[in-house]
Design a protein around this ligand. Structure first.
Ligand code: SAM
Length: 239
């Protein structure tokens, strides 16, 4: 994928992103909530988190509010998206670091307890997704969690046709032009099916890999970095 094309698109869309995303992504708010529900740390945990492809900082915002001791690093290709994230996260400035970069090739640090990504990794070719999952694994602390909320393919051509039809009906119902949406998606999106991505995560070393939420061609999936320590006492919702 030509990352300049993706970056230019998000540079242009930054000012209206938070409003417009609801017209293009079905169940967007439900997805945000599902992501947060899956994060197992106690409220007073001193976690270090990373938000890859943060956009306007929506997921980072949830983390900073819920975890007053957390430090969050956010990374994005598009300067205008980062500017919107800076504005949104301004009240947490001392706990946030901002990085402009491309997560498929730029360093994004180590020592994270939590790495999130939202609607971003599907812009990478499949080999680049696999490489990124390995780098994310390396960047996590033992016991750390990776969650990806992303556009995905169905497991078969028939399912893809069903999901595409439902998505186009959704964007039409939101007043958008389905043909234009489809053309843009075909030019910029390279989704992979959930089953393949779960295998790539296992191949990278992740354990307790799973798809936790899926509706049509959107899914939330991820895994934990293997740990020999019992860190369960630091967490809730884990048996
Ligand atoms: C659809 S927005 C998602 C924003 C936010 N994460 C959310 O869940 O609403 C995708 C964002 O990912 C960024 N992005 C896409 N590919 C990227 C890459 N390779 N490196 C860094 N950021 C990237 C875009 O610039 C854009 O801001």
């Amino acid at each position: 994928m030509n990352m300049e094309k993706v970056r230019d698109h998000f540079e242009q869309d930054a000012s209206d992103y938070d409003h417009d995303i609801l017209k293009f992504i079905p169940y967007y708010r439900e997805q945000n909530q599902a992501m947060m529900d899956l994060i197992p740390f106690e409220g007073n945990a001193r976690i270090r988190a990373l938000d890859l492809g943060t956009g306007t900082g929506v997921l980072a915002d949830f983390i900073l509010r819920r975890y007053p001791m957390a430090e969050v690093a956010v990374l994005d290709l598009a300067e205008n998206m980062l500017a919107a994230a800076r504005e949104r996260l301004g009240t947490f400035a001392e706990r946030v670091t901002f990085q402009r970069g491309d997560f498929s090739k730029d360093e994004f640090g180590f020592g994270y307890d939590l790495i999130l990504s939202g609607l971003s990794i599907h812009h990478l070719e499949d080999q680049a997704k696999k490489d990124l999952y390995r780098r994310i694994y390396q960047a996590l602390n033992p016991g750390g969690l990776f969650l990806n909320r992303d556009m995905v393919l169905g497991a078969t051509d028939r399912l893809n046709a069903v999901y595409e039809h439902l998505w186009l009906e959704y964007v039409r119902s939101m007043g958008e032009d389905p043909a234009a949406c489809l053309e843009r998606s075909r030019a910029e999106d390279i989704p992979a099916c959930v089953e393949d991505q779960l295998e790539w995560l296992r191949g990278a070393g992740f354990v307790d890999v799973g798809c936790h939420w899926q509706r049509m061609n959107y899914a939330i999936f991820g895994g934990y970095k293997f740990s020999t320590e019992n860190r369960h006492d630091e967490r809730k919702n884990i048996v």
